[in-house]
Ligand binder design. Structure first.
Ligand SMILES: C[S@@+](CC[C@H](N)C(=O)[O-])C[C@H]1O[C@@H](n2cnc3c(N)ncnc32)[C@H](O)[C@@H]1O
Length: 280
């Protein structure tokens, strides 16, 4: 057991933020029957909508247990019902490590996540800067805020058949993300939203250099667009973090980019999906 007296207020705050943002302080409550109804057959959707509307008149809501293990939740293996981030504790620990390292080593640049969903990983980056009293770095929050794009198979054949775009669960509006920052008292002018498809927003984003480049766009095209626009802006000594290396499209984009650019990197594993490296 850790001795909390020996831990600083900063450590305790950041630890609490990680557990709160990932919702791992609490057991996963059941989720509404409506949450993933869009992937069910039409007849099931029809019946549950009738039953659900009827029961709501009596303030009764239909929910179901998802039965995930503690490991699946802490390792970020699920799409959580209530967390503000789906990246899990190990990838949050990694983000903290990378951020603390660039602060300690004075690596120049701002921070970005491409693919933010409910915003939890970006909120955590803002919390780390606040905890260290750093006020000369911005956090770019890049997302369509409308979910993932349909695959552009002419441009990115590796995305053929990708179905992420059907998931309305992955559509979180900018207002909702802003509100999530507000809930933690962490919305200020250092937080810059880049709303739109990466192919449109990233090439001309007002970013000079980056110390942290965190990619979480799931698809080949989303990963490649972000790498093409942003990797050249990553400072030497900065960290590139890939959330979705377990997904074949993302993995291929990273491997293709590294091969095309002839970059030497030493990939480090974070957990079953995340990898990172430090730019040399
Ligand atoms: C898996 S979620 C990100 C999870 C998030 N990092 C977290 O902390 O929980 C993927 C996000 O990427 C966004 N996205 C994927 N491809 C995109 C693209 N090409 N342009 C804009 N947003 C994109 C989606 O809207 C979605 O919010």
């Amino acid at each position: 057991m850790e001795n909390c007296i020996q831990r600083t207020t900063k450590d305790l705050y950041l630890d609490l933020m990680k557990k709160t943002l990932s919702f791992t302080l609490w057991p996963e409550p059941p989720i509404s029957i409506e949450t993933f109804i869009y992937v069910r057959p039409l007849i099931i959707r029809f019946i549950s909508s009738i039953v659900s509307s009827f029961l709501k008149k009596f303030r009764i809501h239909l929910v179901y247990e998802r039965g995930y293990s503690a490991l699946q939740r802490t390792e970020g293996m699920i799409w959580p019902g209530y967390a503000d981030t789906m990246i899990g504790l190990k990838r949050l620990d990694n983000l903290q490590f990378c951020l603390e390292t660039v602060i300690k080593d004075g690596v120049q640049g701002d921070l970005i996540e491409t693919g933010v969903w409910r915003g939890g990983a970006c909120i955590f980056m803002r919390a780390v800067l606040a905890a260290y009293g750093v006020d000369d770095r911005r956090i770019y929050v890049a997302d369509s805020f409308e979910g993932l794009p349909k695959p552009d198979v002419d441009k990115f054949p590796a995305d053929k058949g990708d179905k992420h775009y059907i998931h309305s669960f992955l559509k979180v509006s900018k207002d909702e993300v802003e509100n999530n920052f507000l809930k933690y008292g962490l919305l200020d002018e250092k937080v810059v939203f880049l709303k739109g498809w990466f192919k449109d927003t990233l090439p001309n984003a007002p970013i000079e250099n980056l110390a942290i480049l965190r990619l979480d766009g799931d698809m080949y095209g989303s990963t490649m667009d972000a790498l093409n626009s942003l990797y050249p802006k990553l400072s030497v000594g900065g960290f590139c973090i890939i959330d979705d290396y377990a997904l074949p499209g993302c993995r291929k984009a990273v491997d293709d980019y590294i091969a095309q650019q002839g970059i030497h990197i030493e990939k480090k594993e974070i957990d079953y999906s995340g990898i990172y490296w430090r730019k040399e």
